[in-house]
Design a protein around this ligand. Structure first.
Ligand SMILES: *[C@@H]1O[C@H](CO)[C@@H](O)[C@H](O)[C@H]1NC(C)=O
Ligand SMILES: *[C@@H]1O[C@H](CO)[C@@H](O)[C@H](O)[C@H]1NC(C)=O
Length: 299
């Protein structure tokens, strides 16, 4: 028990008195144990730097109900997946980046611009499952997986690094993700997922509805609402069990996969970043993002 708490407290950034800190650490440990996550914290104490081996995985599938062949759509002349990959390459915390796909055309395109590709099966139901399958097929072992959505071609490398560092700095969390300011006009848009966090930056809840909900029923222009960004990272031990955790009631009701994490009692660290989300979901989004890139002189 001693070595565990030493390890946990040395990686905690808190500088409060040792007694209260030890209490907090044991509290965290108990919480993690209840959540079934204690083994994650314990086993990782063996490596010198906590959660140091990091891989970025870009899951990409060809078939999509809304946008067939989306990863290959040219954005100012370059395939979208290449733009995402080039951004990810600039992150300093990733040891390795791979594209995980079920499609030979995507694979060929990615190898063409120099990416490593892992073929995954068509039966993967979502990006998380695809990441997990890719991880199992890799020879090397990793502590952290960053799931980099292929449809955010303007993702900042700093956000990738930010969520990796957040997970490395929060041994009691198994998952980390990012939020940015929600535009008031998006308050009632169910496609914009809102998030509320506690005062340590751990996620409390995600919703397609407006949270918190002002008593007046209106969006409060003064409240700092948070918009969830699709990027996330996981402890690899957690990723191995995540896809197989049975669906949970809130997850099903909101159709938000990440709620399964919280409903099972796991902790999720959230970082706040300054970022305009420019996800590409439809062919119309391509034009929007291209004109924005022209405006900002991104080529
Ligand atoms: C709700 O929003 C209004 C501004 O629209 C704000 O003045 C008020 O403090 C908020 N909270 C409650 C409980 O009304
Ligand atoms: C992926 O999607 C399936 C089907 O919607 C769901 O049951 C599963 O929980 C999802 N994967 C994860 C990791 O949540």
């Amino acid at each position: 028990m001693n070595s565990i708490s030493t390890c946990l407290s040395s990686s905690s950034s808190s500088s409060s008195g040792t007694n209260s800190k030890a209490l907090i650490v044991h509290g965290l440990l108990a919480t993690a144990a209840i959540a079934g996550g204690a083994y994650v914290a314990i086993s990782l104490c063996r490596t010198s730097k906590f959660r140091s081996r990091v891989i970025g995985i870009i899951p990409a599938r060809f078939a999509s109900t809304r946008f067939e062949g989306k990863p290959l759509v040219p954005i100012l002349g370059k395939p979208m997946i290449q733009r995402t990959w080039e951004r990810a390459k600039m992150a300093t915390t990733l040891d390795h980046i791979v594209v995980a796909t079920d499609d030979e055309k995507i694979a060929e395109c990615c190898r063409g611009f120099g990416a490593d590709v892992i073929m995954t099966s068509e039966s993967c139901r979502n990006g998380t499952e695809r990441c997990n399958e890719a991880l199992l097929k890799l020879e090397k072992k990793y502590d952290v997986v960053v799931n980099i959505q292929g449809d955010e071609p303007l993702i900042e490398p700093e956000i990738i690094d930010g969520i990796v560092k957040a997970l490395q700095g929060a041994p009691d969390a198994v998952f980390s993700t990012a939020v940015t300011s929600l535009k008031p006009e998006d308050g009632h848009d169910p496609n914009r997922v809102k998030c509320v966090v506690d005062n340590q930056g751990y996620a409390i809840y995600f919703s397609r509805g407006l949270i918190p909900f002002n008593k007046s029923g209106q969006v409060n222009p003064k409240f700092p609402y948070l918009l969830h960004l699709g990027i996330q990272s996981y402890d690899t031990k957690f990723l191995r069990i995540y896809p197989d955790l049975p669906p949970t009631p809130l997850q099903l009701e909101e159709d938000l996969e990440q709620l399964k994490v919280l409903e099972n009692g796991y902790k999720m660290k959230v970082i706040k970043v300054d970022h305009d989300a420019h996800g590409v979901d439809t062919p119309e989004d391509v034009e929007k993002i291209e004109s924005l890139m022209r405006e900002r002189n991104i080529s």
